[in-house]
Design a protein around this ligand. Structure first.
Ligand code: ASP
Length: 438
């Protein structure tokens, strides 16, 4: 079984949906197709939900009707036969009438999740209807019947496997299944989701549940590139990555794959292949447990980082200081990305500054606190255990013109992280690119 996940832009228009259908038909064997909402839809639904929260029902209704018209147009373009055009219109209306019902009713966080779910429910229903029109047998599976998170908002692996297996067994003659990414139920059975961008995560959880041969993530980019293609010219896709290397890159900025999707695949040892719907013949990137090649493989950058330095004489020769510092971040459920320490100070970085004020207040009794916003983490990824000497030297040589605020090396064998001012990020990425030039 193969899992093929297509992102929002890949199903972003009738034309692109048709291309996806072609691609799916080309690949033999049993498949589960996981779709995102059409590009832009989830953002629009978030906006609608915000107006509903604010009880600004007339603006919410206007936005709902605007989106409905967009879907009518795509429905018109997607289907050729009148009967299917009519079915599509009915389907679109059922979702938009449901959305509209919230402008008459109370609106809470639970309803917000139901509103956000409509994007994936619509894209999958339309896609499956299109497969029907072109005579391709397929079965639509509702992710709400098998995808579930537990009380800690973690995937309920047992439930997912049990329920997905049951649904697949009930439809054992089908070869092609279509289901939604992103959406799930929570432990109370309410509609929930796996957080923004979570469709990749859905695909990998489904892959684990069915012990898939491969999870394919189809986007508009032909794999993970060795540098940020938005900033650096002539980047190239990396053919092979290990799970650990891919995890570092996905977490630190490479946008093609949601970071949380790697761990389930790694634990179950299921290969993840990144492919482009725009150039399906390109090889893309294959992520497996195998480490291939050595030295530097890729560079990525993550913006929106805040560095916090706590300087304290009390740290000198003391034990338990770091624990106290970390407990404050734990209290505010704020995860730390990078850490560097000296005998009298510790610097950490965070990307979620929701509780920054409270964190600073709590840290102040332990020492002098300094905060630097607008920082970027540059992450150099590769296999640094092998005999390559001088990897760090080459990185620093390349960056001789760029002021570096923090360095983290040795935390894993796959990563050198550097913190720079965001305004220096572009220069840093361009200069580091020399490391790939032969
Ligand atoms: N549609 C959701 C979002 O835009 C999930 C996804 O596309 O992965 O966040």
């Amino acid at each position: 079984m193969i899992i093929m996940k297509f992102g929002g832009t890949s199903v972003g228009s009738a034309h692109r949906m048709k291309k996806v259908a072609e691609l799916v038909q080309e690949i033999p064997g049993k498949k589960i197709i996981v779709l995102s909402a059409m590009a832009g839809t989830t953002n629009s639904l978030v906006e609608i939900a915000n107006y509903l929260f604010k009880k600004n029902n007339s603006i919410a209704a206007e936005l709902i009707e605007g989106l409905r018209i967009k879907y009518y147009k795509e429905g018109e373009a997607l289907f050729a036969m009148e009967v299917f055009k009519t079915k599509a219109k009915e389907l679109i209306d059922s979702h938009f009438d449901y959305l509209l019902s919230f402008t008459q009713d109370s609106f809470t966080i639970h309803e917000e999740k139901a509103v956000l779910a409509q994007g994936e429910l619509l894209s999958t229903a339309l896609f499956q209807l299109y497969l029907e029109e072109i005579g391709q047998e397929s079965k639509l599976l509702s992710a709400l019947q098998f995808m579930r998170i537990d009380k800690d908002l973690e995937p309920d692996y047992f439930y997912i496997k049990e329920n997905l297996s049951r649904l697949l067994n009930e439809n054992s003659t089908s070869e092609l299944f279509v289901t939604q990414g992103f959406i799930c139920r929570n432990r109370y059975g309410e509609i929930d989701n796996l957080k923004r961008g979570g469709s990749d995560y859905s695909a990998s959880l489904i892959g684990v549940a069915v012990e898939a041969d491969e999870v394919q993530i189809w986007t508009d980019i032909d794999g993970m590139h060795n540098n940020d293609p938005r900033i650096v010219e002539n980047t190239s896709p990396i053919r092979y990555l290990s799970f650990d290397e891919a995890a570092e890159l996905a977490y630190f900025g490479a946008k093609v794959l949601h970071p949380s999707s790697i761990l389930p695949a790694k634990n179950a040892n299921i290969p993840v292949r990144l492919k482009s719907t725009l150039s399906p013949d390109s090889e893309g990137t294959l992520i497996t447990s195998k480490v291939s090649g050595s030295g530097i493989k890729a560079i990525a950058a993550k913006d929106g980082i805040c560095a916090i330095k706590i300087k304290s004489g009390r740290m000198l020769l003391a034990y338990g200081f770091l624990r106290k510092v970390f407990e404050i971040f734990e209290l505010y459920k704020t995860s730390i990305d990078m850490i560097t320490t000296s005998e009298v100070a510790v610097s950490v970085t965070i990307d979620d500054t929701t509780y920054l004020e409270q964190i600073i207040k709590n840290l102040e009794p332990y020492g002098k606190v300094e905060v630097d916003q607008n920082q970027s983490i540059i992450c150099v990824v590769g296999d640094f255990v092998k005999k390559d000497k001088g990897v760090a030297l080459n990185v620093f040589k390349a960056l001789k013109e760029v002021p570096i605020r923090m360095i983290s090396y040795g935390g894993s064998n796959h990563n050198i992280s550097l913190l720079v001012n965001t305004e220096d990020k572009k220069a840093a990425l361009i200069q580091l690119n020399q490391l790939f030039e032969k």
